[in-house]
Ligand binder design. Structure first.
Ligand SMILES: Nc1ncnc2c1ncn2[C@@H]1O[C@H](COP(=O)(O)OS(=O)(=O)O)[C@@H](OP(=O)(O)O)[C@H]1O
Length: 232
């Protein structure tokens, strides 16, 4: 249970006013077809290697969704966060007023400062979190770094050397620590009630994506537009 359950709406009118002012400043009247950049109304916060790219691509099938192509790293990288919401807005795609803007940055889930910062932007935001079997997830997390080293012809320790230290599981190993979902979840629940966080089952998303995507549509209050025939 969250220690603090903030009310949903306080601060929102102020945010909307700020965002409108920023949009005007940034889009400079040059937006195509009356579209504009909007701050995201939903964020895929993680987990790294959980299937975040697949989820974003699937969600992009919906005509009322506009997705930022790249990982923005606004709330977790100081050099971005220090530039303020205007910078964040400038990273968003142009969208029609009825569209939802979404960005995905998997590192948000495990960055302790991020929940408070996201809450500061919009306490009513809807968060998407895709999780998969935590022990399986560690492997691609290790493998990505391993391959980076191989490409540069640099040596890299075996995964066993990272996972076990002094005969015990090494929870300080980053790839393993990211799989300790309950620890990271506690940070989010201090700022957001559980009903604001929709958890996608990443293992099911691979086996049978359509039902998982239908749940996401309902959570985001999108009309049901994605079909079973979109998946083959
Ligand atoms: N439908 C579908 N299509 C393609 N890939 C899928 C899909 N569902 C899940 N996955 C698996 O997602 C893993 C990559 O996760 P992310 O996109 O979150 O990675 S990253 O954090 O952005 O680097 C990556 O896992 P590994 O194969 O274990 O590396 C993908 O296989």
């Amino acid at each position: 249970r969250p220690a603090v359950v903030p009310g949903d709406e306080p601060g929102l009118p102020e945010l909307v006013r700020k965002a409108a002012a920023l949009q005007e400043e940034i889009s400079d009247g040059a937006a195509p077809n009356g579209s504009a950049q909007q701050l995201p109304q939903t964020i895929i916060i993680g987990v790294r290697k959980g299937g975040t790219r697949a989820l974003l691509e699937m969600l992009s099938l919906h005509p009322d969704v506009a997705a930022a192509e790249n990982e923005v790293h606004f709330f977790d990288w100081e050099e971005h966060y220090s530039q303020g919401l205007g910078w964040y807005l400038s990273q968003m795609p142009f969208s029609a007023p009825h569209q939802l803007t979404v960005e995905k940055t998997p590192a948000y889930f495990t960055s302790p400062k991020v929940p408070e910062r996201v809450h500061g932007m919009n306490p009513a935001i809807r968060l998407l979190l895709i999780l998969r079997d935590p022990s399986e997830r560690v492997l691609p997390d290790y493998t990505q770094v391993f391959y980076n080293h191989v490409q540069k012809r640099k040596p890299y320790p075996s995964i066993e050397e990272f996972l076990v230290r002094d005969g015990r599981l090494n929870v300080d190993y980053k790839a393993l620590n990211r799989s300790l979902y309950h620890l990271h979840m506690q940070n989010w629940l201090r700022f957001f009630p559980l009903r604001r966080i929709h958890i996608v089952d990443g293992d099911r998303l691979i086996r049978d994506p359509f039902p998982e995507i239908q749940k996401v549509e309902r959570f985001l209050r999108l009309s049901p537009q994605i079909n079973a025939s979109n998946f083959y």
